[in-house]
Design a protein around this ligand. Structure first.
Ligand code: F6P
Length: 341
């Protein structure tokens, strides 16, 4: 029986289980066995896996997280790990490996493909910052969670006449903050793509309050920086050299309170945005991605990633997906600015 592997790498995200389920069901139609590697690339290095049969994917469609586990393990970091990946690939005689991940996991997939392994990618990240696809699954769920939190912050902000700063995930790109802020009616949205002029922020808030408003909601993406210096408090790095962010909301909140005199509170949404059940959009997108990935394996289209273009699921070279990050475009941010203040 032919065998394919599947792994989930990087931060988890709602929609991973629908993808796994779809891959298994579609692969079974071909009569292929599916090996689920545990904890991302770590499973490929250490040969930790489980066999994904019909029973193991039953009931997982609405579940958040990933039944395979995930990690930010980078096989190109420690000497000898890539060789272990290759030898385990051969040991199981894998027809192909389907790697589900963001820029880091797919970056590894692309390198392994260049080194001769049969790899297909599926784009995943709540940040929605992967090029070559209109949307990644997980993003819609994260936006809806953040929007609901902004709705909730409105009522308490209004009752107490406060400025509420809400820190939202988004390492390099402000997609979640932007869309949740737009959908939730935030009075200011601050994103990594546009370094923040704190004097302008305070001015917008003061003008709003001068108009008779007694509260403000400021949505801040965690990767946001201040124009006059790097103010992110925490500095820790993962195996891919990415900084673990956090603290910009607090910095901005304190500056707003100091410079405007308005009482300010800060809420960090953190991993709440990545937890729980995926939205219908993410379940359907994940399902379509999973099916298409198996079809790429069938066609022998290795080194490709499935992608959403408009309403179609297509395939694009992995190289295009990892070339550069998809940042928020100026046009959309300018649109959001119409609603500031
Ligand atoms: O890349 C997705 C993401 O959720 C980012 O928005 C965030 O900066 C990061 O992962 C958090 O990573 P971790 O789960 O390792 O704390």
């Amino acid at each position: 029986m032919e065998e394919i592997g599947i792994l989930t790498g990087g931060g988890d995200c709602p929609g991973l289980n629908p993808v796994i389920r779809a891959v298994v069901k579609r692969a079974h139609l071909e009569g292929w066995k599916v090996l689920g590697l545990r904890n991302g690339w770590k499973g490929m290095i250490e040969d930790e896996f489980l066999i994904l049969d019909a029973r193991s994917v039953s009931g997982i469609l609405p579940k958040g997280g990933t039944i395979l586990g995930t990690s930010r393990t980078n096989p190109y970091k420690k000497a000898g790990d890539v060789e272990k990946v290759k030898s385990n690939f051969s040991k199981h005689n894998l027809k192909a490996l389907i790697a589900i991940g963001g820029e880091d996991t797919l970056g590894v997939a692309q390198k392994l493909y260049q080194e001769g392994l049969h790899v297909v990618g599926i784009p995943k990240t709540i940040d929605n910052d992967l090029s070559a696809t209109d949307y990644t699954f997980g993003f819609d769920t994260a936006v809806n969670i953040a929007m609901e939190c902004i709705d909730r912050l409105h009522t308490t902000a209004e009752s107490h006449n406060r400025v509420m700063v809400v820190e939202i995930m988004g390492r390099h790109a402000g997609w979640i903050a932007l869309e949740a802020g737009l959908a939730g009616g935030a009075d200011l949205i601050l994103i990594p793509e546009v370094p923040v002029d704190i004097a302008w922020v305070c001015d917008v808030i003061k003008r709003r309050h001068a108009r008779g408003k007694t509260f403000s909601i400021v949505a801040v993406a965690e990767g946001t920086t201040l124009k006059d210096g790097d103010e992110v408090a925490e500095r820790k790095f993962d195996a891919f050299g990415h900084e673990r962010l956090g603290g910009i909301g607090q910095v901005i909140g304190e500056l707003i309170e100091k410079k405007t005199g308005y009482e300010t509170r800060v809420t960090v949404l953190g991993h709440i945005q990545r937890g729980g059940s995926p939205t219908a959009f993410d379940r359907v997108l994940g399902t379509r991605f999973g099916v298409k990935a198996v079809e790429l394996v069938k066609e022998g289209k290795f080194g490709f990633m499935v992608s959403l273009k408009g309403r179609q699921i297509v395939s694009v070279p992995l190289a295009d997906a990892v070339k550069q990050l998809k940042l928020v475009d100026k046009e959309l941010y300018d649109l959001a600015k119409i609603f500031f203040g």
